[in-house]
Design a protein around this ligand. Structure first.
Ligand SMILES: [Zn+2]
Length: 280
């Protein structure tokens, strides 16, 4: 009798374990169930899209519009031009690329700390240094305008980088925008991207197809970087929550980055500005 009771207890236990496995197995789900992606796994670009898509208009700064979701373009000035090395920040004789900045007084202490952490993130292992503006002619004016966006490369004179409070004042987003300021477009805009990712055109919102254009950019001899802070996430501009970009061959590769530059992002900066690679 005791043996039978024991056997029953074991079998109840086992079925409970099975039920638990079934309930908590992430692979299981109703039709239309999408891969779970926690807030911490959101890429910098996912956060930018959320913020910028809230705006009804794409007119952001006088005559400028946004390309690829967060790159400001003045009318008549195509972002491609910047890759002909004509929009680089100038390099100092000491080997550093100093970017002078002005920070809006609207940012509080915490905002300022987060923006400076974003700057430090770019500086780490690269020759770029952000310095508060004193007299420099060319500089970035960081302002909490509507949305997260930056112009591409150095335009000459004052240029706005918009970091809306609070949505854009996050280290990953700040770092992503500064990469545009340095002259980089999104990683999946590389001309050779179709060798590495599949763009799922039918899943992209009709009016956002242009954000997936390719550009004749200089890859600087660096490999395609799935984990670049400049890479769109898998669900960027999705129409119905389905993936819009899938890595070729291996679906488990993560696209994009939440908080920090990738190693290749740092190499990219050093190559574009002809700096020695620095170990961080
Ligand atoms: Zn961007």
């Amino acid at each position: 009798m005791e043996q039978i009771i024991l056997l029953c207890m074991v079998s109840i236990c086992l079925s409970a374990v099975q039920a638990q496995k079934f309930l908590f197995n992430q692979k299981w789900g109703p039709a239309g169930y999408k891969e779970w992606r926690g807030v911490n796994e959101e890429t910098a670009m996912d956060k930018i899209i959320k913020t910028n898509e809230l705006k009804a208009t794409q007119i952001i700064d006088g005559a400028a519009t946004l390309r690829e979701g967060d790159i400001a373009v003045s009318s008549g000035r195509a972002p491609k031009i910047c890759f002909a090395r004509s929009c680089l920040w100038s390099k100092s004789v000491d080997g550093h690329v100093y970017i002078a900045y002005n920070l809006s007084p609207e940012y509080n202490e915490m905002d300022t700390m987060l923006i400076k952490t974003g700057m430090a993130n770019i500086e780490q292992g690269t020759c770029v240094r952000f310095v508060p503006r004193t007299h420099q002619r060319d500089y970035i004016d960081i302002q909490p305008k509507s949305g997260c966006w930056s112009y591409l490369g150095a335009r000459g004179g004052r240029q706005t980088v918009s970091l809306q409070i609070p949505n854009c004042v996050q280290v990953g987003v700040v770092s992503h925008e500064f990469m545009h300021t340095l002259g980089f477009v999104h990683e999946q805009s590389r001309l050779d991207r179709d060798n590495y990712v599949t763009i799922m055109w039918p899943n992209i919102s009709r009016d956002r197809l242009r954000n997936f254009e390719k550009f004749r950019t200089d890859t600087l001899g660096l490999p395609y970087d799935y984990g670049s802070i400049l890479h769109f996430g898998k669900y960027a501009y999705s129409q119905r929550g389905e993936a819009t970009i899938l890595p070729k061959d291996n679906n488990n590769i993560q696209l994009g980055q939440a908080l920090s530059l990738s190693h290749i992002d740092r190499l990219k900066i050093n190559r574009l500005y002809n700096c020695d690679d620095m170990d961080d």
